[in-house]
Design a binder for this molecule. Structure first.
Ligand code: ZN
Ligand code: ZN
Ligand code: ZN
Length: 205
């Protein structure tokens, strides 16, 4: 059994969707205070995840989920953390890995990619998948649209609320599945603010 001299961690920022990698010896973790993983973007800098050594020799990891907005956590044994090549914490709602840890960095990066690809493939037309690295304004707009669609607040003048999304250049296209009417929506900060205050979006209105 190999002991990880360096344990590598990959995490995804819940705010800007940046993916970051760091690694250190597990000897650095004390049971007095948790180690916090922060977004490395100097503007964003959001809290992303933390790992804490518990009194009983186990470790607790928790991460802010960029996909569903909840905090996910897991308690792992010391032996798993010290010896794993690659292991991860997944979002139970979307099945996407959001925090990966282990001694084999290549394997971890590969697993993160696979997880994102799987999620992309399995997402049906009505499900929303926002890839890590997506422009934060675009990601936020898509999340608002997703919520509005589930509340039937995006409607077409034809009476349908069966809506699809697509991209064209930098615009989000909101498309009525029934009649095909489209509305282009640029992913700008102004539009994001307008959308946050909107109770309804009408296609063809
Ligand atoms: Zn960030
Ligand atoms: Zn989640
Ligand atoms: Zn329509």
């Amino acid at each position: 059994m190999n002991i990880n001299e360096t344990c590598h961690f990959i995490y995804v920022c819940p705010v800007c969707f940046g993916t970051y990698t760091t690694g250190f010896s597990l000897f650095r973790l004390s049971d007095r205070k948790p180690y916090r993983f922060r977004c490395a973007d100097s503007v964003c800098g959001s809290a992303c995840a933390e790992i804490k050594k518990l009194n009983d020799g186990k470790y607790r990891i928790s991460a802010q989920c960029p996909y569903c907005g909840e905090t996910h956590s897991r308690t792992i044994s010391g032996s798993e953390l010290w010896t794993a090549d690659s292991a991860s914490l997944c979002c139970p709602a979307f099945g996407i890995k959001l925090f990966l840890y282990g001694g084999d960095l290549d394997k971890l990066s590969h697993e993160l990619e696979e997880s994102a690809l799987d999620a992309d493939e399995t997402a049906g037309p009505d499900e929303l998948f926002i890839a890590p690295g997506t422009d934060p304004i675009l990601a936020e707009i898509l999340m608002i649209f997703d919520r509005m669609c589930s509340e039937h607040s995006v409607n077409c003048v034809c009476g349908s609320s069966d809506i699809k999304f697509d991209y064209e250049n930098n615009d989000i296209l909101i498309i009525c599945s029934r009649c095909g009417r489209k509305k282009a929506f640029a992913a700008t900060k102004d539009n994001l603010l307008r959308l946050m205050n909107a109770s309804e979006v009408i296609i063809g209105g």
